[in-house]
Ligand binder design. Structure first.
Ligand SMILES: Cc1cc2nc3c(=O)[nH]c(=O)nc-3n(C[C@H](O)[C@H](O)[C@H](O)COP(=O)(O)OP(=O)(O)OC[C@H]3O[C@@H](n4cnc5c(N)ncnc54)[C@H](O)[C@@H]3O)c2cc1C
Length: 697
């Protein structure tokens, strides 16, 4: 397939002309063999010279009269060529050359472009010329002129056609191009100049009796003059385009998510401030958002269907493929904090010559991020129920890997941590017991008793998340090694291979009817389960100590993901409100909606700041000192997410409660987090205790 036919047949998933143009401009010309299709640099300069020559050859002695203002326009354009035009890099690539709505073929019933015609003028060059040229119908009001031209009368922007700024916002956000205000005057004037030259050529041919447009060509001379006059009028204006797109500008349907992606991805790292991500994080964030758009969101329904089918306790083959892709893209194990990575590097890879930075083993240890830095990324993963595990950043694996990274011996790390880091196996955390109130872990009754070189485990656990997963091979179990020791020294954590005789998975528990297949939440009995004594973590009686270390970052990851889930809820809510009409107006135009939407945004931003602050304190002060703010985040995030998602479901009406959107599943998951990893009341108790302690100091 040639490059152009490839582009022509581009299945334009973008629904509007702007989106289609952005898709064309994003085409990798090298990949389709068009890298030599034209020179990229100095496109405008060459074009001005070319169309000036063309004009001169169509006018003058024995031909239609030359219009002095046209020559002056050529001069002005040459004096105002944007600096960026000399570059062959940014903003250059495939140029259509005649991109306008009448060269687009729209689907007869759906809101999308299915073909782009007339590639005669296509080449490589400055793509902003296409954007400006396609914007001309917004600029030219032919009816105000003293001529008439069949089919070209300007009648105002028809209903359904987005205004110019919206068109440009959509284009810029999808193509990742800057807002074109700086050189907009030039690009529009150039487009008018080029059109004038073309019309002058047509008119000349008409005077010679060989114009292809028939009688219509008779008016093209006047049109050429009108174009030039309009160009000068445009140049003389003080303001032609806002400096920035209007805040909250609605982007055409279907591109909202991408617009959001760009908006979020474009936080300037040059700005000073506590919560301004580094360039490295911004790059990862952009990559992650793209991965979500390209691979996760399109697969969500497929994963959901699989999880409802009779094969639901198996892994969807696409999941493993996406994991490989995520690993390749460097979006793997991003949760691993710097200090934990350093310990594992020392223990696991110290003697190996191939463990230099950049080796595949090194990639297993994440990207060297702090908890705060990870916060900006984990949030993005939280937008989809299915995303975290694709990046090997799902619960409970992250908490379990963290335990092994921090407290595991070299042998424990080689045996269990490495395959977990590789994503080859999964794990569970077994603490909660059905017969006792496990929010107070001093209540737990499962016994771990030493017998020679073994420990023997007896007890029942439930809500062991991930234990139903066919890849789950290892559990970290919390039980009591000494029932007579001081209250917080009785508990220990131990590694249990799920295949050990005596380990029986009894049933998957349901959460509001979701069994969360294929990972599930298992009830498990342990009957005389014998595991090697070397499986103990850190030592007898150290269970609480480990729990404090494990639960801090793990809890915060939940909070980060909840921010993302709420953000997804906001996006869906806004999209729905802008597209659905009730009682004669869009939902977004009803006053009650606006107030609710604004309150959701206020709460979301409050919670996000709290979560980021908690991550920052975790990095700077450690788990123990940060426990107050961690508890605050753990209370605030699920409650906020529930509110936002509930509102999003409300705006969707019946659809919101169905499984046709992701909202109900996100809500159900958020609801569990008012209980899982400690009920709200326990965290509130901890916050209040610290508050009172401070008062007494
Ligand atoms: C979806 C899901 C996944 C889970 N995954 C795991 C897992 O992987 N591993 C694991 O070990 N556990 C897991 N859990 C269990 C979870 O951690 C426990 O349910 C939680 O710690 C509460 O324990 P409990 O159920 O025994 O409730 P209880 O301890 O019986 O508490 C019940 C209620 O009592 C009240 N209460 C408790 N303490 C106080 C207090 N101090 N002040 C006022 N009121 C209080 C609260 O309202 C609380 O919700 C999961 C739970 C769910 C729902």
């Amino acid at each position: 397939m040639t490059g152009l036919s490839y582009i022509c047949s581009l299945k334009c998933t973008r629904q509007t002309a702007a989106e289609t143009l952005a898709a064309i401009h994003k085409v990798d010309v090298t990949a389709i063999g068009l890298q030599k299709y034209g020179r990229r640099d100095n496109y405008c300069r060459r074009q001005v010279e070319r169309w000036e020559r063309q004009y001169l050859s169509s006018t003058g002695e024995g031909k239609p009269a030359r219009y002095q203002k046209m020559l002056e326009l050529a001069h002005w354009l040459k004096e105002h060529i944007p600096e960026e035009d000399s570059s062959a890099a940014f903003g250059t690539g495939l140029v259509h050359g005649d991109y306008r709505v009448d060269n687009l073929v729209f689907h007869p019933t759906e809101d999308r472009v299915i073909g782009v015609l007339d590639w005669e003028l296509s080449t490589l060059g400055n793509q902003m010329c296409d954007v400006a040229y396609s914007s001309l119908p917004y600029i030219i009001d032919a009816t105000s002129q003293s001529y008439s031209y069949g089919g070209f009368e300007y009648t105002g922007t028809p209903d359904g056609i987005p205004p110019l700024e919206e068109y440009l916002t959509a284009y810029c956000s999808i193509s990742a191009r800057p807002w074109p205000a700086a050189n907009w005057k030039f690009y529009i004037a150039f487009s008018l100049f080029r059109a004038a030259s073309i019309y002058a050529g047509v008119y000349h041919r008409w005077t010679m009796g060989n114009a292809s447009g028939g009688e219509r060509a008779r008016f093209s001379g006047k049109l050429a003059i009108a174009m030039v006059d309009r160009a000068w009028d445009f140049i003389s204006r003080e303001h032609v385009l806002r400096e920035q797109p209007a805040r909250g500008m609605h982007v055409s349907k279907g591109s909202w998510q991408e617009f959001q992606r760009e908006r979020e991805g474009s936080i300037s790292t040059k700005d000073q401030g506590k919560f301004v991500p580094s360039e490295k994080v911004m790059q990862l964030r952009k990559k992650l958002m793209k991965f979500m758009e390209d691979h996760i969101y399109p697969m969500e329904f497929e994963f959901y269907k699989h999880a409802q089918s009779t094969s639901r306790w198996t892994i969807h083959p696409e999941e493993e493929k996406l994991k490989t892709l995520a690993k390749r893209e460097g979006l793997w194990n991003l949760f691993i904090p710097l200090d934990s990575a350093a310990r594992a590097r020392e223990l696991l890879f110290e003697d190996r010559s191939h463990s230099s930075p950049g080796s595949s083993e090194e990639h297993l240890l994440g990207a060297g991020l702090t908890n705060l830095e990870y916060g900006y990324l984990c949030e993005i993963m939280g937008r989809s129920i299915w995303a975290p595990q694709i990046f090997n950043c799902g619960a409970p694996d992250t908490g379990n890997m963290e335990v092994l990274l921090r407290y595991g011996t070299r042998e424990q790390q080689s045996r269990w941590l490495v395959p977990l880091l590789e994503g080859k196996i999964r794990s569970g955390f077994a603490m909660t017991e059905p017969q006792v109130a496990s929010s107070d872990a001093t209540n737990i009754e499962c016994s771990i008793s030493r017998q020679g070189d073994f420990y023997v485990i007896n007890g029942t656990k439930w809500w062991t998340s991930g234990a139903m997963d066919p890849r789950c091979q290892i559990l970290i179990l919390m039980g009591k090694t000494d029932f007579s020791a001081p209250k917080h020294k009785q508990q220990s954590m131990i590694l249990v291979d799920v295949k050990t005789p005596g380990v029986q998975i009894r049933r998957p528990l349901l959460v509001f009817g979701f069994d969360d297949a294929p990972h599930g939440h298992a009830e498990i009995t342990f009957e005389n389960v014998r595991v090697p004594a070397t499986n103990i973590l850190l030592g007898e009686g150290r269970g609480f100590e480990i729990a404090q270390g494990r639960l801090g970052p793990g809890r915060l990851h939940h909070c980060m993901r909840l921010i993302g889930a709420a953000e997804r809820g906001m996006n869906l809510m806004v999209e729905r409100a802008l597209s659905r009409t009730t009682f004669g107006k869009k939902i977004a135009q009803h006053g009650s909606f606006l107030a609710d939407l604004a309150k959701c945004r206020v709460e979301l931003e409050q919670a996000r700041l709290l979560v980021l602050e908690a991550a920052d304190q975790l990095d700077r002060h450690g788990n123990k000192k940060a426990r107050g703010i961690l508890a605050m985040a753990k209370v605030a995030a699920p409650n906020m997410a529930l509110k936002v998602l509930d509102m999003a479901m409300q705006v969707h009406g019946g659809a919101g409660l169905s499984s046709d959107t992701v909202l109900s599943h996100l809500w159900a998951t958020a609801r569990t987090l008012r209980i899982a990893d400690g009920p709200d009341e326990v965290h509130l108790g901890a916050i209040a205790k610290l508050e009172l302690q401070r008062a007494r100091m």
